[in-house]
Ligand binder design. Structure first.
Ligand code: ATP
Length: 253
């Protein structure tokens, strides 16, 4: 049975040592929609995002309670292999972080790790992924050049292509445009809206206008709590909580 939600977060708490960073989070993240997470610095946005593909557990002092289900299965279940989860749930980071390799090798890297060796198959994956990340036309004649030679915005699209190459279902994006100029930002925003047709996207952003422009649903977090999670139009036009209203009208944050 397939469900409409990619993730069900149930009574989830997270501590860094003695400091609690997330409190009783309950949230269902719908498939093939863009879910934005907003809130002031330090409110737990990145922590929540990184927990969705179990990146936070690489930090030794992290403890959690509660359940996060991905496609109805608890991601913390002993039987759930973390590598497998991360194949389905990819991540794009704040700063573009291509490998110091050619554009081609950056995108072919994941499929190669997964055992794909045939040049023809890899060529196809590289082209499809670069097209999917809306950068094929800009790089098709220089696939063997080092990805470091590209602009920041282009590097970020290479990182998105690298993520697409392993065919994830979900793409987690942690402030993917905060290091980019306004034109590159708009290109990435257009791309994210395009990707929604095929992927579930969860994006952490400092930029409320960005959340309002691109997301279907928005979560507002404050001090580790999920204050409000609703349709983006509603959250920005008619917030249900005074704290959300104060934040979106710039009264704090
Ligand atoms: N590796 C860590 N070790 C200890 N505490 C951490 C760690 N990472 C984050 N924290 C703490 O957890 C809380 C939430 O941080 P988090 O980075 O999730 O917030 P954020 O909303 O994403 O902030 P920002 O918008 O500034 O990136 C903060 O108090 C932060 O200091």
């Amino acid at each position: 049975m397939t469900t409409a939600n990619a993730f069900n977060i149930e009574d989830f708490n997270l501590w860094y040592g003695n400091d609690q960073a997330l409190y009783q989070i309950n949230m269902d993240i719908p498939k093939k929609e863009i879910t934005a997470v907003i809130g002031p610095s330090g409110c737990g946005k990145s922590t929540l995002l990184k927990t969705l593909n179990r990146m936070t557990e690489t930090i030794p002092i992290v403890n959690t309670s509660g359940i996060i289900k991905y496609n109805d299965k608890n991601i913390f279940d002993k039987k759930q292999l973390v590598e497998e989860l991360r194949t389905h749930v990819g991540m794009v980071f704040q700063k573009p972080n291509p490998f110091p390799k050619s554009i081609y090798e950056n995108v072919a890297y994941g499929p190669k790790i997964h055992g794909i060796k045939k040049k023809k198959v890899l060529d196809e994956i590289v082209e499809k992924s670069l097209r999917g990340a809306a950068i094929w036309d800009e790089v098709k004649d220089r696939l063997n050049q080092n990805a470091y030679g590209l602009s920041g915005g282009q590097q970020q699209r290479i990182c998105i292509a690298r993520c697409l190459a392993v065919e994830p279902e979900v793409i987690l994006m942690d402030e993917p445009t905060s290091a980019l100029d306004p034109i590159s930002t708009l290109k990435i925003e257009e791309l994210i809206k395009e990707l929604k047709k095929d992927y579930t996207i969860v994006i952490v952003t400092h930029n409320m206008q960005q959340a309002a422009r691109i997301s279907d649903k928005t979560a507002f977090m404050l001090n580790g709590e999920l204050v409000e999670f609703s349709e983006t139009d509603q959250l920005f036009s008619n917030p249900g909580d005074k704290r959300t209203e104060d934040y979106i009208t710039g009264r704090f944050g």
